[in-house]
Design a protein around this ligand. Structure first.
Ligand code: NAI
Length: 481
């Protein structure tokens, strides 16, 4: 039916996916405004964008905004459970007629294996007739990591040999990536080196990916400039917080239908995601306990009216455990062993290592799948815990992620970052940069009309009094909102 390259669940889902995309467009005014503003001038003409970001309906609107601005795009999901198969099909078929597919190559299937995940990430970096993409659009940093690890492997001339699953150093993610690197090295020993030379930069979506970029840059390993989209105010203070406020209870409900009201919910981390999670659970009537390592965030949580405690002190009290830290080993086997019967355990931080799933598998607890992305693990004493999405992002694994409107604020930043890297690269030397505040305010502004917000305007006199430009930017870069 189609000549557009793809590995997706089922092309026949395209029609339903297209209708959902059409409805999402209505709720994504930021992206639609960018299509309107830049559709004629085609600022992304000539750009080859490799995108690694949850292949959802909202992402479909992002992809089609990038192509409307002139880019060529290839896409994979950044999580094995987050793909919406109908959206993936619609993107492959494209917005035109269902009988003449003309869309974007997508490599993403809900429930793909880890090995497939890395193969699909590799496919978005593979461009016929070119050494690779010109820009990466990343979420969590796996596409960027693959390029960097590829270059390292090529310099070293080898990739470490495979480990057996029994080996204590075995890590399924690392092995999946190395499998792809070994195949690449065998076929073309300079592929990633040439590819990296042609990549002008990456725009990174999330907190965890930005941490990785900062660490790479500190080690002197970063190969191309990066724009930190996460720390645009209109990203992290909106998507991370209000997005999770919506999609966390959505995931819990679709997975379990267990009433949250009156129960005790434990939230690890009170950053942007933790704040949204705690607010959502409280909104459902749960009594929420927060844990933090940062005294500022702990104090904020206390002032916001939450109990702040360590997990070991409340582990036998809570009915729900949600991790939001971006850190590892937050919920360990000894915690799960001490939980109430049928406690629900889930993670919304980027990677699954917040919950020690490998330890749980080794613990002797008995595994009973309940339905996709919902598993019961029963300990020897007879009590069990319910694990959502195998410890991976439950709001995307058990539900469909954040709603369109908030993703419009995030993705408008992504599109602006891609344009900046393509047409204004000299402003972004090797390093990790944020977008200028004027663009942050532009993104916010483009979402006001849809909500009926009427902005007050500074008079010239008031602007002079404050020493501000009358039409912004209104805050210094260090302002925290
Ligand atoms: P953040 O840095 O604002 O918040 C994380 C908080 O966790 C920090 O306040 C930190 O002090 C705390 N923390 C670290 N270790 C801890 C520990 N051992 N115990 C208790 N607290 C601890 O980061 P943000 O933006 O809230 O993101 C958190 C994670 O969520 C990241 O992995 C990010 O990539 C991911 N994310 C997930 C989304 C989703 O849709 N599920 C959306 C946006 C971000």
């Amino acid at each position: 039916m189609t000549t557009v390259e793809h590995i997706i669940a089922d092309l026949a889902l395209a029609e339903s996916g297209r209708h959902q995309i059409r409805l999402a467009e209505q709720e994504m005014p930021g992206l639609m405004a960018l299509r309107e503003e830049f559709g004629d001038s085609q600022p992304l003409a000539g750009a080859r964008i490799a995108g690694s970001l949850h292949m959802t309906t909202q992402t479909a609107v992002l992809i089609e905004t990038l192509t409307a601005l002139g880019a060529q795009v290839r896409w994979a999901s950044c999580n094995i459970f987050s793909t919406q198969d109908d959206a993936a099909a619609a993107v492959v078929v494209g917005p035109g007629t269902f009988s003449a597919p003309s869309g974007v190559p997508v490599f993403a299937v809900k429930g793909e294996t880890i090995r497939e995940y890395w193969q699909y990430t590799d496919r978005i970096l593979t461009w016929d007739g070119h050494d690779g993409p010109t820009i990466i659009l990343d979420d969590g940093g796996d596409a960027t990591l693959l390029v960097h690890e590829g270059v390292k492997a090529e310099k070293a001339g080898h990739v470490p040999p495979p480990l057996e699953e029994e080996d204590p150093a075995y890590n399924i993610e690392v092995e999946g990536m190395r499998h792809v690197l070994r195949a690449s090295l065998e076929q073309d020993p300079t592929r990633f080196t040439r590819m990296a030379a042609g990549i002008v930069g990456v725009s990174e979506e999330t907190t965890t990916g930005v941490h990785r970029l900062d660490q790479m840059h500190a080690r002197g390993e970063l190969l191309f400039p990066a724009i930190n989209v996460n720390d645009s105010v209109t990203k992290s203070k909106f998507d991370n917080r209000y997005g999770i406020r919506h999609s966390l209870p959505d995931g819990i409900n679709r997975a379990t239908d267990v009433l949250m009201g009156g129960k005790v919910a434990f939230v690890a981390g009170y950053g942007d995601v933790g704040k949204g999670a705690a607010e959502a659970l409280r909104g459902q009537g749960a009594r929420v306990i927060v844990s933090e390592v940062d005294p500022i965030c702990a104090l904020q949580a206390a002032m916001d009216g939450y109990e702040v405690a360590r997990i070991e002190d409340v582990v036998d009290r809570a009915d729900f455990f949600i991790t939001t830290t971006g850190n590892k080993d937050i919920i360990r086997v000894e915690h799960m062993a001490a939980m109430k019967d049928k406690a629900i355990v889930g993670n919304v931080g980027h990677f699954d290592n917040e919950i020690d799933m490998a330890g749980l598998a080794r613990s002797g607890a008995k595994h009973q799948p309940i339905k996709p992305q919902v598993d019961e693990w029963t300990f020897a004493d007879g009590h069990s815990v319910i694990i959502l999405s195998e410890g991976r992002l439950l709001n995307l694994g058990n539900a469909t992620g954040h709603p369109s409107f908030v993703m419009s604020t995030s993705f408008a930043n992504q599109v602006l970052a891609q344009i900046e890297l393509w047409v204004n690269l000299e402003a972004y030397p090797l390093g990790v940069h944020r977008l200028p505040k004027v663009l942050d305010e532009k993104v916010a502004r483009s979402h006001l009309d849809a909500l009926g917000v009427r902005l007050t305007e500074l008079t010239e006199d008031q602007a002079d009094y404050l020493g501000l430009p009358q039409h912004g930017p209104f805050k210094p870069d260090h302002y925290r909102y």
